[in-house]
Design a protein around this ligand. Sequence first.
Ligand SMILES: C[S@@+](CC[C@H](N)C(=O)[O-])C[C@H]1O[C@@H](n2cnc3c(N)ncnc32)[C@H](O)[C@@H]1O
Length: 319
Amino acid sequence: MELPDTLRARVDALLVGRPIAQLAEASGRLTRRYRAETRDGALHLNDERAAAAYVAARLPATFAAVHAALQTLAQAMPDLAPASLLDAGAGPGTALWAAAEVFSTLEAAELLEASPAIRAVGERLAEEAFAFRPTWRAADLLADPTGEPADLVTVSYVLDELPPSRIGPLCEALWSRTRRVMLVVEPGTPAGWRRVLAVRDRLLAQGARVAAPCPHEAACPIREPDWCHFARRVARSRIHLRTKGAEVPFEDEKFSYVALVREAPSGRVSRVLAPPRGGSGKVQLKLCRPDGSAGEALVTRREGERFRRARRVEWGDGF
Ligand SMILES: C[S@@+](CC[C@H](N)C(=O)[O-])C[C@H]1O[C@@H](n2cnc3c(N)ncnc32)[C@H](O)[C@@H]1O
């Protein structure tokens, strides 16, 4: 997965002239804080250096994750045509760029973000990039999760930065502003998945239904130490490589997510929960099924069209 050309060009322009050593140092600091899920009251992206490092080293991966989740959502709900977006904890506007790629119907966006440094970066990246003018708001989600109701509400890679006791009430407040879909994306770690599950449970109790990835509203059938997550391969640009001191020109971003909707989609299909394993004349799929169960399915050549479809599906697809 590559960033859209316009965004790629704007990211490169933003980083031009920045010393690599500075980006690498700030990126290393960010990684340590994210890995430790540090919650010390300070925003991770609290200065210009951290904001630049985020754009260089994390934006491509979080973009890929949100984009993949939105694409799956669009497949599950082909009639979904959101006109408005509310993005909470917007960072550099990642979800706005992903939503605009997936939904050409978008004509308004409100982005809530507490850090002036990353907000400034996001505003600069998005300047005159869309047919509409996004509204950026300085907002502390913990103090006042304001925002106008929107067709699509996104919260991506934000919950891991909040005190756990505040996540439920915040998500309920955002759900109350959701006209059609609320998408929560978190890192694809066991802890990220648990947070996604907690939001899922809490909003199901408020009458929400699930559009993706689960094809049902039953209790999650996955049992620890397993966890539900997906992955996207992300191309690393030259500056991305140098910021991370990496040599491999790609990375695999793992993410967990849930898309909650007001009305359940029709025609639900199973979700592929792991990379399919092929053998001669057979494909082994790990599936989450509309009846609320999960498990392995062996599809053999004898099943004709079903086998041909099984050979084409990828991790995260419907089957
Ligand atoms: C990891 S970044 C994710 C940014 C973007 N959503 C993405 O997916 O790339 C988390 C963002 O949430 C913001 N954030 C964290 N706590 C916040 C709060 N209490 N109020 C508003 N924004 C907050 C941070 O400043 C940061 O920009």
